[in-house]
Design a protein around this ligand. Sequence first.
Ligand code: NAD
Length: 482
Amino acid sequence: MLLGRKQLLIGGEWRDASDGQTMPVVNPATEEVIAHVAAATRADLDDAVRAARAALSGPWGKMSARERGRLVWKLGERLMEQVDEVARLETLHNGKPITESRHVEIPMAAECLQYFAGWADKVQGDTIPVKGNALVYTLREPLGVVAAIVPWNFPLLLAVWKVAPALAMGNTVILKPASQTPLTALALGQLAIDVGFPPGVLQIITGSGGSVGQAIVEHPGIDKVAFTGDTSTGKGIMRTAAETLKHITLELGGKSPNIVFADADLDAAVRGASVGIFYGKGEVCAAGSRLLVDKAIKDQFLTKLADRTKKMVPGDPLDPKTRLGAISSKAQLERVLNYVDIAKKEGGTLLAGGSRADIGTGKGYFMQPTVFGDITPTMTIAREEIFGPVLAAIDFMDVDEAIARANDSIYGLAAGIWTRDIKKAHYVASKLQAGTVWVNTYNVYDTAAPFGGYKQSGFGREMSKYAVDYYTQVKTVWVDLA
Ligand code: NAD
């Protein structure tokens, strides 16, 4: 066994689940079990909630905003000092190329911590002119205990998008990573201890979504659930959270359109379509999984894209040259292959890929990057989120049809526009129902820019100054001066 047995972080201490149960963690590139993590029980969760509340009324609640900010900053700094080790863990449990973990995801997580560290002492209330003789002012206060429930595709980054603003605003956090990818959340917990966070401020609870995830959402001692994951899970969380009227933010699925107009720089657009769907093996909520391409250039464009795609081969995720890693789990690979079968049966034309891949080891959940042409808007792969390296190309006749087809989805997470016409770019951007629109680029993010969904892609915003609002509440104080 590579990494051994991992425990829960509760009240500043590492410990086994109360009933001793564990869950295996599998490296999707080798199919080997690399660790066993504790499967937390409700009793463990109760202990974590108690410790989180004690921290709020104890050292954490009493700490000045500036001191809090310093600790969050230090956590980001320490994360960057350990970037090689944490990136390796991210690649081992997720299967993503080490270059993505080492040079993109973990540095972005560290930057996010340091960005929100800066906000800690800059969020303030107002004094409000009211009628009569009274002093009225507002205080921005933390919500209390925040639970962060995150998926397996960017395990540490999506956790930090929640942990960083929550801690900076003075909340305590119980973080539950996905069962497939718990290792980097646990590493973050250790770093928080190392830099001096008081016990109970950041706790890590591992276990399955159906048991401890559900228990978190039901728990009356938790004030907010910040969730990233599947839309159907998000709907369940919303229903369950209604019982205790928790605050919730939901970052859910997507089926994002990447629109290529005939006047675009076609080589740049081919690269953008490729990055849009194949970065992160397509296991990206904002993946440009619907390529909408102008009928006038469709054949030329898809030929170029298919040629480029056929040259992309998956490889060992730990090899720095690898650009396409392993699909995160066996179940996910099977799901993706099933969508390939459905697309073929429904009349899609396979232009590239379409099969499981072998990197020469006979092991691992690898998949060829896949492009389908002749997809119509009603076909299954044009409508359902696949969450894998499968692109559905759909054509359009004019700007209005492009917009209508782009918006013809229950989702509204992101969209891309490729054109040299600046008027068209802004016009289309204004008409798209999506939380993020990229023009002549795709899949770019910055901690200072908000990210979140329209429609069934959820609500709330991560990163940026907007995130601060989702981790604070406003208290109005009236002082009678008459
Ligand atoms: P998932 O919904 O199955 O799981 C996400 C998390 O929720 C995991 O930690 C899981 O254990 C937990 N969970 C599962 N059932 C639960 C329940 N009943 N109560 C509480 N917690 C529960 O999603 P996934 O398969 O891990 O992730 C893929 C999905 O995440 C895709 O739909 C993707 O689009 C979405 N995603 C969205 C964003 C975004 O920012 N909008 C980012 C990344 C991923």
